[in-house]
Ligand binder design. Structure first.
Ligand SMILES: NC(=O)c1ccc[n+]([C@@H]2O[C@H](COP(=O)([O-])OP(=O)(O)OC[C@H]3O[C@@H](n4cnc5c(N)ncnc54)[C@H](OP(=O)(O)O)[C@@H]3O)[C@@H](O)[C@H]2O)c1
Length: 237
């Protein structure tokens, strides 16, 4: 298939990695359809934007209506949020799961049947190396990414015989507004991150973890977190 005929759906692309990936694919001659809650800064003949919220009830119907009958070649799920929990109101924690996990599942619900019918297609989800951690500051972020990674790697194995590829791309820190930690070791620039997105589109691995230097640090932090969980007792009653 020529690069010019390829069509990517990018969910969560008004900013950050999704926006940078959109621009890169348009430069490469792809057609891109983007989805986010805000309008897009991208103006290009090969680009269409739809203002949609992945956490809304009618998201699947609206996405199906946008796409029509045919399959997209590639879908990259970039929508993601995270933040510290408010002990007085855990509603924002629920919302993190709605966007990071359920939005990705609903996207798959809308697009995978057409891919399976066509016997081709590639679904990429942007998870995080935080999927291996237990984080007191961002528990919903880490847990939603753990579920995202586990589910989509399983789905990738299930869809392989149907000709559909799934890739789970696990970044460490990438220089966007989401990377708010005080210390951000081994942080990728947006260009470096999108180089990895392109690598995933070419090679279609089930899992890609980058940067590997961060993966070593995460292993260490995961061990410390396991010890902390093991030895922590609740406050005295
Ligand atoms: N940056 C990092 O350090 C890092 C590291 C590892 C993994 N990741 C993952 O990479 C992905 C992209 O992150 P990023 O750094 O590019 O974040 P970002 O700059 O904050 O961009 C997030 C995108 O998600 C969209 N979004 C959020 N809620 C949405 C909703 N309800 N419906 C539709 N779109 C929604 C936002 O658009 P609107 O606000 O317009 O809706 C925005 O375009 C996320 O899944 C993140 O977890 C990031």
């Amino acid at each position: 298939m020529s690069a010019l005929s390829r069509h990517a759906l990018i969910i969560g692309n008004s900013d950050g990695i999704g926006l940078h990936s959109t621009r890169r694919l348009l430069d490469r001659g792809w057609q891109v359809t983007g989805v986010s809650r805000r309008a897009s800064p991208v103006g290009h003949d090969g680009y269409q934007h739809h203002v949609l919220d992945v956490s809304q009830r009618d998201y699947v119907e609206k996405l199906r209506a946008i796409l029509g009958q045919g399959p997209v070649d590639t879908c990259i799920y970039c929508a993601g949020i995270g933040g510290p929990p408010d002990p007085n109101d855990l509603g924002s924690e629920v919302h993190v799961f709605e966007v990071n996990l359920m939005g990705a599942l609903r996207t798959a619900q809308a697009i995978v049947p057409a891919m399976v019918a066509a016997g081709r297609g590639h679904l990429v989800v942007l998870s995080s190396q935080a999927d291996a951690l237990v984080l007191a500051d961002f528990p919903s972020y880490a847990a939603s990414k753990a579920a995202l990674s586990s589910y989509f790697e399983g789905l990738g194995l299930a869809l392989r015989p149907h000709g559909v590829a799934v890739s789970n791309l696990r970044f460490g820190f990438v220089d966007t507004k989401m990377a708010r930690a005080a210390v951000r070791p081994f942080m990728y620039t947006l260009d470096q991150a999108v180089d990895q997105v392109e690598l995933v589109l070419r090679k279609r691995p089930l899992r890609l973890t980058r940067p590997l230097s961060m993966a070593v640090l995460v292993r260490l932090l995961a061990c410390l977190a396991r010890w902390r969980v093991f030895f922590t007792r609740g406050p005295a009653s």
